[in-house]
Design a protein around this ligand. Structure first.
Ligand SMILES: CC(C)(COP(=O)(O)OP(=O)(O)OC[C@H]1O[C@@H](n2cnc3c(N)ncnc32)[C@H](O)[C@@H]1OP(=O)(O)O)[C@@H](O)C(=O)NCCC(=O)NCCS
Length: 421
């Protein structure tokens, strides 16, 4: 592979990369070609390539996503569209591209990385299987009955406040909706939104899109963004998705009115199921139940083909989140153990220095306690998807005070879903 060079793509390569992506993914339909055209033309700055002379041989999309950890955030590299020119596949170029990307990410200040794909291939580069979370909402046919009562009537049951749901009107609703979305995006694991959203788009409501607002007493108190999409590439069926729900409070009236409006839309293809990317938050679960909406919490644990993550800069992650860890210790009002805790993952280690008033991150330091775990376990604890005590069996080997302190730092939280799985 002499003469093959890895680098960021250049704008002038857009056309060649568009052609490479279309042939590698065998995309011939117009909608698919348009998606790849947008990727090559508008997001070329997030593409990386292997080139031989001036010829691109392989490409991948490396999209920066900032994910919330309390008051702090970490930078995730979202890898997608990994493609090798068909006549050069199975010669080690895909392997070379992934090796180069994983080595390059920390220098580009990325701290963790996610991708979805053929798992036996990507695990060679350090990615580990990672769960995905959905809330699924069954949508029965309207005339179907439950113990003699039609679903049409069950789902039309009035709510207490009688707020109003209408289509989202970007020109008018943009700023109040952005404020709701900002507040919702504070939960751990959520995508960080820009605080300044810019100017509202000059667009009116679009009845073809299931995007709604909930108003009560004339003010917008809820926002729901849904869509009709394929869940996975190649999936023959379209599903209604609920991609975002932001409300002022987990109030059954607001949650119920918005979700039932989407259910009424999805009833066009009933019986079906809405695949929702909602947080696993007990207050949301209780609001759905109070609104009379049955639902399932579905955590996918994929094999062969699926979601994967890894840490690419452990010290960078710890350094980024020490203000939040310090806040957690101070709020707990106690620090049962003080000292250097080494966190060791495959290929990475770093140290947290714990004192009652501050947590600091060190690249190296004499450890007084050692906690070994997988990348997946660390990332679950990072976002509170699981508490450290659940996902890191090694915690049981630490002393009681060490375990309690680690539990204060990394508890289970009402984490967002979607941005990491
Ligand atoms: C997947 C792809 C990038 C791999 O690149 P490559 O240069 O052929 O890969 P390499 O020669 O370095 O390695 C080949 C390995 O990739 C594995 N592989 C990777 N992705 C695979 C997939 N989707 N299906 C089957 N095998 C896959 C093969 O099993 C093979 O494993 P082996 O070494 O045990 O034989 C390339 O085949 C491609 O562009 N495919 C079309 C686009 C695509 O499906 N992209 C992946 C999206 S997740």
């Amino acid at each position: 592979m002499d003469g093959v060079v890895f680098r960021r793509a250049a704008e002038a390569e857009s056309e060649a990369l568009f052609a490479l992506l279309c042939t590698a993914f065998e995309v011939t339909d117009e909608a698919g070609r348009q998606r790849l055209r947008r990727l090559a033309d508008e997001e070329w700055h997030d593409l990386v390539v292997l080139v031989e002379g001036t010829q691109p041989l392989a490409v991948a999309h490396v999209e920066p996503h900032r994910l919330r950890v309390g008051a702090c955030s970490v930078l995730k590299a979202e890898i997608g569209h990994v493609a090798v020119r068909p006549d050069r596949q199975r010669q080690g170029l895909g392997t070379r591209l992934l090796q180069e990307i994983v080595a390059w990410l920390p220098a580009e200040r990325f701290q963790i990385s996610r991708l979805g794909g053929w798992m036996p291939f990507y695990q060679r580069f350090g990615y580990e299987p990672f769960p995905r979370r959905y809330v699924t909402i069954p949508v029965p046919a309207r005339e179907a009955t439950l113990k003699g009562t039609p679903w049409r009537d069950l789902l039309a049951a009035p709510t207490g406040k009688q707020g109003e749901v209408r289509l989202y009107d970007p020109a008018h609703d943009f700023h109040p909706v952005h404020r709701l979305r900002l507040a919702a995006a504070l939960r751990p694991g959520a995508l960080v939104l820009p605080t300044n959203p810019g100017l509202p788009p000059a667009l009116g409501p679009d009845a073809s899109k299931p995007v709604f607002v909930y108003l009560h007493d004339g003010s917008i108190q809820g926002y729901l963004r849904g869509g009709l999409a394929r869940l996975h590439a190649g999936d023959p069926d379209l599903h209604y998705c609920l991609d975002e729900l932001a409300v002022t409070a987990w109030d059954p009236d607001a949650v119920g009115a918005l979700v039932k409006t989407l259910m009424a839309r999805a009833a066009e293809i009933a019986p079906t199921e809405i695949m929702a990317r909602l947080p696993y938050d007990e207050r949301l679960c209780e609001a759905l139940t109070a609104a009379g909406i049955p639902f399932n919490l579905l955590e996918l644990r994929q094999a062969w083909d699926g979601n994967m993550m890894q840490v690419v800069d452990l010290y960078g992650v710890l350094r980024a989140i020490t203000p939040e860890l310090t806040r957690r210790l101070r709020e707990a009002g106690c620090c049962p153990w003080q000292g250097n805790l080494e966190i060791r993952l495959p290929r990475h280690s770093a140290v947290l220095r714990l004192a009652p008033d501050t947590v600091t991150a060190l690249q190296k330091g004499t450890p007084e306690a050692l906690l070994e775990m997988s990348h997946a376990a660390f990332i679950k604890a990072l976002f509170g998807i699981q508490g450290l005590a659940e996902c890191a069996p090694g915690l049981a080997r630490l002393s009681g005070p060490q375990q309690v302190t680690a539990g204060i730092l990394f508890p289970r939280l009402a984490a967002a879903s979607g941005a990491w799985g």
